[in-house]
Design a protein around this ligand. Structure first.
Ligand code: IPD
Length: 273
């Protein structure tokens, strides 16, 4: 068992560190909230970066390097650092939901995940405006602030509320998720597109939503949330039910009870494309 290879003291230490890193980022996001002067497109128009993303990442990385200088890091704005030299990889989104943030739409988060030998062992997703911190560690359960959280018990698609997202290159690719969105909108209570994948996963973990899927997603958007869904009793996988590869760009996450049904519908759309 993977967790058994690490002492519980080490896991607890990394967990505390992840919580502190999320606070670092959260302070920056609170500071710049409603007060941005630098909002730019990255390579693709509509994929925004602001001074809040950059400053949040700067603070988080400085803190992390002081505490764990040998660990690998993969962060949204600055990419990979020492990621091939260590069994530990911190996967960080300093601001997930940048488009929302830039529009003062209060659905965004700092996302801090830690992988050990490729497996998520710690996850923190923090929305400082809602004062909601979702957190957990391997084998320790998942929490929203001080309360233990669990996935929902909904077991049919027609009673499910789902979330998803669309890739920034959606205008140029057929893999834009539109067919999947239409199909699942017809089959469920509804599909929301909230705009921050880390929180979409946290919402599955706490039972506010029953399932989430996305294509064109990055590891920093999902590394922490995946741990939360699993620790809350849910399931994460590829669309076909196979093992999730965090770097594959696709994810299916549910309460477990609707997993196969939702996966089957997504696979049917994928085969049309
Ligand atoms: C984005 C959000 C969005 C998802 C995109 C992500 P960012 O992250 O998570 O919900 O649909 O695929 O890239 O760019 O705001 O950090």
């Amino acid at each position: 068992m993977l967790a058994g290879q690490l002492s519980s003291e080490s896991i607890q230490r990394y967990y505390r560190l992840a919580l502190a890193l999320a606070d670092e980022g959260g302070q920056v996001l609170t500071h710049f909230w409603g007060n941005l002067s630098d909002v730019r497109d990255k390579q693709i128009a509509g994929d925004l970066v602001t001074e809040a993303d950059k400053e949040s990442e700067k603070k988080i990385l400085a803190f992390l390097r002081k505490e764990e200088p040998s660990h690998g890091i993969l962060a949204e704005e600055s990419g990979a650092h020492k990621s091939h030299e260590s069994e530990f990889l911190w996967v960080i989104d300093p601001l997930d939901g940048t488009v929302n943030y830039a529009h003062q739409f209060p659905f965004f988060a700092v996302s801090i995940g830690l992988l050990y030998q490729g497996t998520p062992i710690v996850g923190v997703v923090y929305n400082p405006i809602h004062q909601e911190k979702f957190h957990g560690f391997l084998g320790g359960g998942a929490y929203l602030n001080n309360h233990k959280i669990f996935v929902s018990k909904v077991n049919s698609l027609n009673k499910s509320l789902l979330t998803t997202g669309f890739p920034y290159d959606r205008r140029e690719t057929k893999e834009n998720n539109y067919a999947e969105f239409c199909r699942l909108t017809d089959l469920t209570l509804g599909v929301r597109r909230p705009g921050a994948a880390a929180l979409d996963l946290a919402y599955v973990a706490c039972g506010r939503c029953d399932g989430y899927w996305e294509r064109g997603i990055h590891p920093w958007d999902i590394a922490a949330g995946v741990l939360l869904v699993k620790e809350a009793g849910g399931k994460v996988s590829a669309y076909d039910g196979g093992d999730l590869d965090l770097f594959s760009g696709k994810i299916l996450a549910t309460n477990g009870l609707i997993h196969d049904k939702l996966g089957k519908e997504l696979m049917a759309c994928t085969s049309i494309i």
